[in-house]
Design a protein around this ligand. Structure first.
Ligand code: B12
Ligand code: SF4
Length: 512
């Protein structure tokens, strides 16, 4: 049997130099191939096919069944894609990933999908392919019978990660996923110079923490791969795909200090750079120093807020002191930090926001853009919002999440859980980001050595041979923008919200 695995389209930014490796379908593909079935992958994030191109591409794949991988925010696109598959090919369709895991009934009721996979997909997809005529004994799925009845099977047991084969690199268009230059999202810009070839990997699955806003396919379960297995895979990527850096894409790479220490030591001998997601309560001076010595160039921290009240409400499990300590350690060791902040969690007010601003001011850190809180299916926050009746129609909400500007970092909040109006909250976000930037500028003026280092980093990042030769003003302009001198101009360019209440307004993502 042949399965076509599709990673749905989610970005309109072709230039964005950071194409995510579709781990979900990559892992499923290798497992299925190992079991003797055939697989073809279609990643719509790298192919950017238009509707008229998708139909012939799907036909050419000549598959007996299709599997679609989607986050919750890919609902509209997935629904449209299933319509196309059903109309032109008529094969069974499986949906997997966060969308299917957290919203299976909605997907089965409102789309033409036949099966939703809940949680991990390797063994389950194989089970489906082997038992397509009678799915009643396949664990880990919800499915629709011919009469439209929805059947919910038992959950599937968790697999051992080391027993799973690596992603099916051999059938994937690997050059699409190797970052060749600086990623606009990364703070470790200095190290991400042109010529770098950064690969992507995951060292485990899941996260044991219980932050209320976080949506997780495996709940609080987590599983880690052995270090031997990881090192083998990295060696393969170095040898076969000439990578010289790795971005660990786990939810929480630094989940265990001892393991992080050991993995760092092993990575050192491979002479590559690497980066991953940590938590402020998991780092200490010695560990960060060791990681840096072993090639780590950047750590991501979900700081979320500088207010203890908010951290508690979010069930973040970290304190202000831990945040301060982690930031200071990284500053002292010159370790780049990618800091994530959120605004608008229930309970947020002007006081909690100014606590966050104050914390970053004290630390002499620029902070970063805030994401407006968006309840995601699969999170405790989403359950709360549903139980309070704030979201009335979950299917419409999935469509709203599928909007390009669905509140994450641009535009008005999708669901406003604060005392502010939508516009006030949005303005507060812009003003706070601007205030933090100003505070950081003031800090730089008072610390000339840090200012010089900061400018050096920005310059190194922005220097590109062509720009220097042909347009030195462009570099000066970019630099000025970066350090905030063009702040007002920048803000003028930000699209201002037009409506007072645009929450849940639908603008469908279409396949066109
Ligand atoms: C890497 C990553 C990204 C990458 C790539 C995302 C992508 N589309 O692949 C980038 C950085 C681009 C990204 C962006 C975003 N992300 Co993200 N991201 C992740 C992260 C850290 C890893 C995903 C991953 O590869 N996991 C490893 C693989 C093996 O697991 P998996 O994908 O779950 O796949 C397994 C099962 O789900 C299932 N499965 C998956 N696909 C399929 C398909 C079929 C047919 C079947 C049968 C089964 C199946 O089987 C797989 C193997 O067991 C996850 C957290 C996490 N660890 O899952 C968040 C996560 C997926 N991201 C999330 C979010 C919210 C976002 C953003 C909206 C963030 C933002 N504010 O902008 C954007 C959305 C982009 C978009 N519009 O789709 C949420 C999704 C929640 C939800 N309910 O949808 C997660 C879960 C983080 C979180 N805890 O909140 N993200
Ligand atoms: S936000 Fe980070 S630490 Fe918290 S549960 Fe999600 S992945 Fe884990």
């Amino acid at each position: 049997m042949k399965i076509g695995l599709i990673h749905v389209f989610y970005t309109y930014d072709k230039e964005k130099n950071m194409r995510p490796f579709p781990f979900g379908i990559g892992y499923i593909a290798s497992y299925i191939m190992q079991k003797g079935h055939r697989v073809e992958i279609l990643d719509l994030n790298t192919t950017y096919l238009k509707k008229q191109e998708i139909i012939p591409a799907l036909k050419k794949m000549n598959c007996d069944i299709f599997g679609i991988s989607s986050l919750s925010g890919g609902y509209t696109y997935t629904k449209n894609l299933i319509d196309i598959i059903k109309q032109y090919l008529g094969t069974p369709v499986i949906v997997g990933g966060p969308l299917a895991t957290h919203s299976a009934e909605i997907v089965l009721k409102n789309t033409k999908a036949d099966i939703c996979v809940i949680g991990l997909g390797e063994e389950t997809t194989y089970g489906i392919m082997e038992n397509l005529q009678d799915l009643k004994d396949v664990p880990g799925i919800f499915y629709k019978t011919k009469t439209g009845q929805i059947i919910k099977n038992e959950p599937a047991p968790l697999a051992s990660l080391d027993k799973l084969p690596w992603p099916a690199y051999e059938i994937m268009s690997m050059e699409d996923y190797i970052w060749c230059g600086a990623s606009p999202d990364m703070d470790s810009k200095r190290k991400f110079k042109k010529g770098m070839r950064i690969g992507q990997m995951i060292t485990g699955r899941g996260c044991p923490m219980g932050c209320n806003f976080c949506s997780k396919v495996m709940g609080r379960h987590f599983m880690l791969r052995s270090i031997d297995n990881l090192i083998e895979e990295i060696k393969y990527l170095i040898k076969t795909h000439k990578i010289n850096g790795i971005s660990f894409r786990d939810e929480l790479y630094l989940v265990d200090k001892k393991r992080a220490y050991e993995l760092a030591s092993r990575l050192k001998s491979l002479n590559i750079i690497w980066m991953g997601q940590a938590r402020v309560d998991k780092v200490d001076y010695e560990l960060v120093k060791h990681m840096k010595k072993c090639g780590c160039t950047s750590l991501g921290f979900g700081i979320e807020s500088g207010s203890l009240k908010m951290l508690k409400l979010m069930n973040k499990g970290q304190t202000k002191e831990q945040i301060e300590r982690a930031v200071k350690i990284c500053q002292k060791l010159d370790m780049d930090m990618k800091v994530q902040l959120i605004m608008g969690y229930p309970g947020e007010n002007r006081e909690t926001i100014s606590e966050t601003v104050g914390l970053f001011k004290r630390l002499g850190h620029p902070g970063r853009r805030f994401h407006l809180v968006t309840p995601l299916p699969g999170s405790t926050l989403y359950e709360d919002v549903i139980s309070k009746g704030i979201i009335k129609d979950e299917e419409q909400y999935l469509h709203a999440l599928s909007r390009r500007d669905s509140g994450f970092s641009k535009g008005l909040p999708l669901v406003n859980l604060t005392q502010f109006s939508d516009q006030e909250l949005y303005k507060l976000k812009l003003d706070t980001e601007s205030k933090m930037q100003q505070n950081y500028q003031a800090y730089l003026y008072k610390h000339p050595l840090i200012m010089i280092k900061y400018l050096r980093d920005k310059l190194l990042y922005h220097i590109d041979g062509r720009q220097l030769l042909f347009n030195p003003f462009l570099i000066i302009h970019k630099l000025a923008k970066k350090i905030g001198l063009l702040n007002d101009k920048q803000r003028e360019n930000i699209e201002q919200p037009q409506e007072q209440k645009s929450s849940l307004k639908i603008e469908y993502f279409d396949i066109s």
